[in-house]
Every structure is written in structure tokens, then in C-alpha cells.
Design a protein around this ligand. Structure first.
Ligand code: AMP
Length: 285
């Protein structure tokens, strides 16, 4: 059974009830709602290790800049609850902004640091401060041993892992590989915005990443060129950035880089902004 908490008092009471039944670990999966099979995979991975799984369903205004899609972001609470029930979630915490931010916007926040200002952070100023601040709050509120995040949002995953290490949060961050549609498009709540032409164009993102992956042994320049060519060939796609970074530091690779790298793309398809990434092995070929 999935219990539902909408405020702090309910969360405290229901969390206790859920956790009282177990001596095992507690996991959290944080989401902004509009749940899909990617979220379901995080829940399934969490259930493999944890005795109790808490899902948070919170559309966090702090991580949206003015003019972004906060107002039109899909809200599908009934379907989200159904998915949580089907996946055996123990507790769904679905607060409104006034519950999470009772004093309105927090005056004291966590700063995501320099990696919070590049790539997604460069295109979306303040975004990652909003992300790490709400993640810190939700970790305190839900008190998990394990926290599951998707590789789909690679920079977010990196920053949260780093926050947990840098600030000694007593939680283990677990990464879950990206879940894709059969044609390769990474699942995202924002895919709901795509009309059929957009949907056809959007597959160019994952195709571009795979094209880069396919020539990884030829080095950085070749990878970037192969991916860029696929994106340039798709008129429905406007690239925001295409970048190759070192997974450990999230800094731009140098042209001679060998070993693992993350190839990341952000692009507008119509008015919808999508992101994706893959790991490439620049093995020296
Ligand atoms: P969101 O609701 O988009 O904020 O995502 C909540 C969590 O689900 C984040 O950890 C995301 O990285 C993860 N997630 C979203 N889409 C996918 C996907 N296609 N595959 C795996 N994880 C995902």
C-alpha cells in the first residue's frame, strides 16, 4: 500500500509507520511528478536494496528561472499515485511549495559551486542552487539511507553526489542508467510537450550521442564532429550545447583526452528544451 503525505506532520507520522515495520534500509526517489518509466526504474532499483521506498513528488519552483516552464510543467498526480502503487512504493510525499518553503523563498541556500555554473547551469542560471537546496531539504525531511538519481541528469547527479560528500550527508547516492524509448529518445516528463514533428526530430539527440560513441576510439575531435553532424542535419533541433567532459570532475576534456568521458547535449526541439548524455570510452584506438 502507498501512503500519501502532503505536509510535514503527515510525513513524520507516516514515515515512522513505514519504517517501524523494517530493520532494513530506507530509500528515497526524488521527482517533480509526471512520472514515467524512467522514474519507475529508479523505484525498482530502490526496492532491490531498500525495505522501505519513499518517493517525493514536488515541482520545485526554486529550480526554475523566470520565463521557464514551471507554469506549464505537466501535473499528473492521480497517475503518479497509480504508478507508485503499481511499483510498491511505501510512502509518497507530495507537498505544495508552501509546505517545503513555509517562509517563502529560503534566504539561506546551498551554493552548487563552480560546476553549478557550467553547461546546464550556464543556460539556466541559479538552477542548480535550487536543485541542491531542495535535495538537501528533502534528504533531511525523508531521512533515507539510499537516494536514487538518474544518469539522464548527469550534471545534477554529479552535483548531488558532490554535495553529499562535501557536506557529509549520511546517505548513499545511487545512480541509475537512463531509460529510453525504443528509438533511443531518453524518457523525460518534458517529452509530453512534443508534437509529432517534434517527437520525430527529438530522436536526433540520442542518435548524435550514439554517433559520437561509435567513433570514440578516434579521439575527441572526431567524436564531437560525428555528433555535431547528426544534430546539424536535423532542422527541427537547435543545439544549446554539445560537450565532452571528464566524469570525475565534470570539466571539459582536453583534445588529447583518453579514457572515459561524458558526451552531453542540450537542445531545443520546437520550444521544448531536452537534455541527454552517454558515456564514451576514448581508448586511444
Ligand atoms: P525529474 O522528475 O525529471 O526531476 O526526475 C526525477 C529523477 O528521475 C531524477 O533523478 C532523474 O534523473 C530521473 N530520471 C528522469 N528521467 C529518467 C530516465 N529517462 N532514465 C532514468 N532516470 C530518469
Amino acid at each position: 500500500m502507498t501512503l500519501v503525505a502532503a505536509n510535514r506532520a503527515e510525513l513524520t507520522e507516516l514515515r515512522q509507520r513505514v519504517v517501524a515495520d523494517t530493520t532494513g534500509q530506507v530509500a528515497v526517489v526524488m521527482t517533480m511528478g509526471a512520472l514515467h518509466a524512467g522514474h519507475a526504474e529508479l523505484i525498482r532499483q530502490a526496492r532491490k536494496r531498500a525495505q522501505a521506498v519513499i518517493v517525493t513528488d514536488f515541482l520545485n519552483p526554486l529550480q526554475f528561472a523566470p520565463g521557464e516552464d514551471l507554469d506549464k510543467y505537466p501535473r499528473t498526480f492521480d497517475a503518479d499515485l497509480q504508478l507508485c502503487r503499481a511499483e510498491g512504493v511505501d510512502l509518497l510525499f507530495a507537498p505544495t511549495p508552501d509546505v517545503v518553503y513555509p517562509d517563502e523563498e529560503p534566504l539561506v541556500r546551498i551554493n552548487a559551486g563552480p560546476i553549478g555554473d557550467v553547461l546546464e547551469g550556464d543556460s539556466r542560471p541559479g538552477h542548480f542552487d535550487g536543485v541542491v537546496t531542495v535535495v538537501a531539504k528533502l534528504l533531511h525531511l525523508t531521512g533515507p539511507d539510499l537516494a536514487y538519481f538518474g544518469q539522464k541528469d548527469a550534471q545534477q547527479l554529479w552535483l548531488i553526489s558532490r554535495m553529499v560528500r562535501d557536506l557529509d550527508f549520511p546517505v548513499e547516492v545511487v545512480a541509475v542508467p537512463t531509460v529510453r524509448d525504443s528509438d533511443g529518445l531518453a524518457l523525460s516528463s518534458r517529452n509530453m510537450y512534443l508534437n509529432s514533428d517534434d517527437r520525430a526530430s527529438a530522436v536526433a539527440l540520442s542518435r548524435a550521442l550514439r554517433a559520437g560513441q561509435a567513433v570514440a576510439s578516434s579521439g575527441v575531435e572526431t567524436v564531437m564532429k560525428a555528433a555535431r553532424e547528426v544534430l546539424d542535419a536535423e532542422p527541427g533541433v537547435r543545439v544549446d550545447y554539445l560537450s565532452l567532459v571528464t566524469p570525475a570532475t565534470f570539466s571539459q576534456v582536453d583534445p588529447e583526452h583518453r579514457g572515459a568521458a561524458l558526451l552531453l547535449v542540450a537542445a531545443f526541439v520546437g520550444t521544448t528544451r531536452l537534455i541527454d548524455n552517454v558515456l564514451v570510452e576514448l581508448d586511444g584506438g
